[in-house]
Design a protein around this ligand. Structure first.
Ligand SMILES: Nc1nc2c(c(=O)[nH]1)N[C@H]1C(S)=C(S)[C@@H](COP(=O)(O)O)O[C@H]1N2
Ligand SMILES: [Mo]
Length: 360
């Protein structure tokens, strides 16, 4: 793992650690934290469901297990800061981690549907947002605050949105939110709140710092330290993106055909319909072989074989979605003061050895 910070713990796998696998192994899955990782006693832990509901509830893990049917969802989590390094290459973003391609990972999560819990609590018709609170306290807001965020009621009631206690068939690891986390496929990772303690039905989005102030796209001239709650564009559903996972950036490759592979991830409610690969900076493109969509918020793997001339070459990819939207070419057009949502065309630089090169 590439560790960006030890406290709070922030780490991502190298891109090649994600390559070719539908599911990311637990020891490879990225970790994104905003404060110390809490150590919760599962026996004492309770989930509070309150706000605009007919029957507020306080439920233990055992009660959640007994009352609601268990479901599994395979989904990709992606941090809004994924590929921030590509934006930092355009212009520096002080105080934020230079995430590469690895703040994206996929797992099979098991637990219960948030929709079932909301129905049991008697969600009132006026509710338009469902807010989540985590047990961790982040020192980033002033004063320090629990991590939290919200999604719309429409998304909260989707069958793919889970309250999860397993990950790839194992008990949910502490670093990923044990004993219970939210999983919101297709939305920025920040809405998949870990160490969940409270679900609140409201008429407005969460007031939490990580919803109201952070995780927003500010206009390029703005000082993020002066931007107050509500400034900029709130991030929720993620945008179409793709990446090259193999070969690695900087790889030296033997002469002969080059296998290129990666993932593409559509925005909420969409699917990826085509991935193209270019070895000439986007002047010409070859269509990659793309896996079919297998579920909401789940990446689609793709692969291609290129015949590259000896020497240094860039390999670029781009994806199209089911609305015929295409990823933007340039990170410069996307640059924003907090460095979120870089979905520009990814490029890896490789060197292809010439046919007659001996062993190096
Ligand atoms: N309670 C809590 N939940 C959280 C966070 C956090 O710091 N605290 N980080 C969020 C962010 S920004 C992301 S991208 C995902 C990362 O989940 P992971 O660490 O399991 O990969 O968790 C989200 N949920
Ligand atoms: Mo994130």
């Amino acid at each position: 793992m590439v560790v960006h910070e030890w406290e709070p713990f922030n780490a991502e796998p190298p891109r090649t650690g994600l390559a070719g696998l539908l599911r990311t192994p637990l020891d490879t899955f990225y970790s994104r934290n905003h404060g110390p990782i809490p150590d919760l006693d599962p026996a004492a832990w309770r989930l509070t469901v309150d706000g605009l509901v007919e029957r507020p509830m306080d439920l233990s893990l055992e009660q959640l297990r007994d009352r609601f049917p268990e479901e599994e969802v395979t989904a990709t989590l992606q941090c809004a800061g994924n590929r921030r390094a590509g934006l930092m290459a355009v212009r520096d973003i002080p105080g934020e981690a230079p995430w590469g391609s690895g703040a994206t990972s996929t797992a099979t999560f098991g637990g219960i549907r948030l929709a079932d819990v909301l129905a049991a609590a008697g969600l009132r018709a006026q509710a338009t947002h469902i807010a989540f609170d985590g047990a961790d306290v982040s020192p980033l807001p002033d004063p320090p605050q629990h991590f939290g965020g919200s999604v719309t009621v429409g998304k909260a009631q989707r069958p793919e949105v889970l309250l999860a206690w397993t990950m790839n068939g194992r008990p949910l690891p502490r670093v990923h939110g044990a004993p219970l986390r939210v999983v919101v496929p297709g939305w920025i990772g920040a809405r998949s709140v870990k160490w969940l303690t409270r679900v609140t039905a409201r008429t407005t989005p969460s007031d939490n710092y990580f919803q109201a102030t952070a995780y927003r796209i500010l206009p390029a001239g703005t000082d993020p330290h002066r931007a107050g709650p509500g400034a900029g564009i709130s991030l929720g559903p993620i945008a179409l993106n793709c990446d090259i996972l193999s070969p690695d950036d900087g790889a030296r490759l033997p002469a002969g055909p080059t296998a290129v592979s990666g993932y593409a991830l559509a925005g909420d409610g969409r699917t990826v319909t085509r991935v193209d690969v270019s070895a000439d900076g986007g002047r010409s493109w070859a269509e990659a072989v793309l896996d079919p969509p297998r579920g909401p918020g789940l990446w689609q793997l793709w692969r291609s074989v290129l015949h590259l001339a000896p020497g240094g070459t860039g390999i670029t990819a781009r994806a199209w979605d089911s609305t015929a939207a295409l990823m933007p070419a340039s990170p410069a057009d996307l640059w924003n003061p907090k460095g979120y949502a870089n979905n520009s065309w990814p490029t890896v630089h490789v060197t292809v050895e010439s046919q007659d090169a001996g062993p190096s």
